[in-house]
Design a binder for this molecule. Structure first.
Ligand code: SAM
Ligand code: SF4
Length: 439
């Protein structure tokens, strides 16, 4: 499907995870390739694409309030309004039926056809939400990277796990793996364009299998780490069920693979994990963590936790807090459970009262805050290697970056080091960041 967008200005707004951020880089790339130009604000755009997240009820509510603002803007100055991403994929035609000011609804597999879809949507509403069985190759050529020194490279999409609470298997479909040659070609392209860090992306990267050779995720890591240029390789997200010792060995053998791992726990209570269909127990998770810490000294783990899943008792919640105390994560994303359409858990009563969910979330976050204050304070006086990502919002002469373990560091430097590695002496630490001076 073709479409000439010559002269039209596009604005893309992203909600949600890194997969969505990367998809937005593709969406922008595909539209610019068709002749469009970038607008900095929706007020100046002829086409506005909102790339959406459906993972929690709150994410969807935030989207509807943003769409409400755009509808008021559209009355003053017409533009083509497109909704992309997970909400588009799950809600389909209902979105246009409910919000008739939307012109285009497009799921992830429709992005390569966006120019034609936008042209048609200007005439009459378009809905395109089929999910194909094959990997949709967008290629590096149609990506506009927001950060050239830190390049996202997708390796798989979708999810076969069907955790009871999660909408992702419906919004992204079953797992599809990107062929290894395409991944390596994009890594090389990113390296040629100056990438210092490669971030491999997928809902479940550790279940990766190359469709051609059958190579698994450990082998993929080795291949990516062998590409000259980038000094750091990261990946997100890993599922504890699929994380084999071969991956730990591959990480240990490749110093370019960062000593940082996001390993979603969700709950520390085995009965809750079973009802969530996570495929591991409290003990399995802790045993994996000790193998990781033994095989990869200095590794910093981060995690996701849901509080108030149906049937979660005070003892279950205490077990989750126990895992936080034992593992001492470097950071957590924590959420109150909310039922999502199509999921198995939506069929059982959401029986933990809102005030109990709220209290557990506050307690969990306070506990984690104390842990982070202690672990971050232990780095004061040390020298850390930092990839500088840009000026700090804190003001002139201050910059921000990340350590290999993915901690945020704000530091003073005489000249702008954005996009480069440097050594920073840590002079102070808070719960959520370190600060220091460039050496
Ligand atoms: N694939 C990853 C995994 O296995 O954890 C990430 C999935 S999801 C995009 C990100 C996080 O949102 C999940 O890890 C989970 O903690 C949270 N989440 C998903 N569904 C939720 C729900 N219904 N209510 C609250 N939090 C939810
Ligand atoms: Fe959702 Fe579970 Fe798949 Fe993660 S592994 S995307 S939480 S279904």
């Amino acid at each position: 499907m073709t479409g000439d967008l010559g002269g039209r200005k596009v604005f893309v707004r992203t909600f949600g995870c890194q997969m969505n951020e990367n998809d937005s880089e593709h969406i922008t790339g595909v539209l610019l390739k068709a002749g469009a130009a970038r607008a900095e604000r929706p007020e100046d755009a002829d086409v506005v694409i909102v790339n959406t997240c459906a993972v929690r009820q709150k994410s969807e509510e935030k989207l509807y309030s943003y769409l409400g603002r755009l509808s008021r803007l559209k009355k003053k100055r017409p533009f083509v309004l497109g909704v992309a991403g997970c909400v588009a994929q799950v809600r389909k035609t209902d979105l246009v039926a409910r919000l008739p000011y939307i012109d285009l609804v497009v799921g992830p597999d429709g992005y390569p056809d966006l120019p034609g879809l936008v042209v048609r949507a200007a005439e009459a509403p378009e809905v395109r939400t089929e999910l194909g069985p094959e990997w949709r190759e967008m290629g590096a050529a149609s990506t506009v990277r927001e950060s050239p020194w830190s390049a996202y490279v997708p390796v798989m999409e979708g999810c076969d796990n069907h955790c009871a609470y999660c909408i992702v298997p419906f919004s992204r479909g079953p797992e599809k793996y990107r062929p290894l040659p395409n991944i390596l070609a994009e890594v090389r392209d990113a390296a040629d364009a100056g990438a210092r860090e490669i971030q491999l992306l997928g809902q479940n990267v550790d279940s990766y299998r190359d469709p051609g050779s059958g190579l698994g995720f450990a082998g993929l890591l080795e291949e990516v780490a062998a590409v000259p240029g980038p000094e750091w390789v990261r990946f997100i997200t890993s599922h504890p069920r699929n994380f084999g010792d071969d991956i730990i060995r591959a990480m240990a053998a490749n110093p370019k693979v960062c000593r940082a791992l996001h390993l979603p726990l969700q709950s520390g209570a085995t009965p809750v994990l079973a009802r969530m269909n996570r495929g591991y127990t409290h003990e399995d998770y802790l045993s994996l963590v000790s193998r990781l810490k033994e095989g990869l000294p200095g590794i910093l783990l981060t995690t996701d936790v849901i509080v108030g899943f149906p049937g979660e008792t005070e003892d279950d919640f205490a077990a989750t807090c126990g895992v936080l105390r034992e593992v001492r994560f470097g950071g957590i994303f924590s959420f109150r459970y909310s039922p999502r359409p199509l999921t198995a858990a939506a069929a059982v009563p959401d029986d933990v009262p809102l005030e109990v969910k709220r209290r557990r979330l506050v307690e969990l976050q306070a506990l984690q805050r104390t842990i982070q204050i202690e672990t971050n304070a232990s780095l004061v006086g040390r020298e850390v290697r930092v990839l500088a990502t840009g000026p700090s919002p804190k003001g002139a002469g201050r910059f921000t970056g990340r350590t290999e373990t993915n901690l945020v560091v704000n530091f003073d430097a005489p000249a702008d080091p954005t996009g480069r590695f440097l050594t920073v002496r840590v002079t102070g630490a808070g719960a959520y960041s370190l600060h220091g001076t460039a050496l």
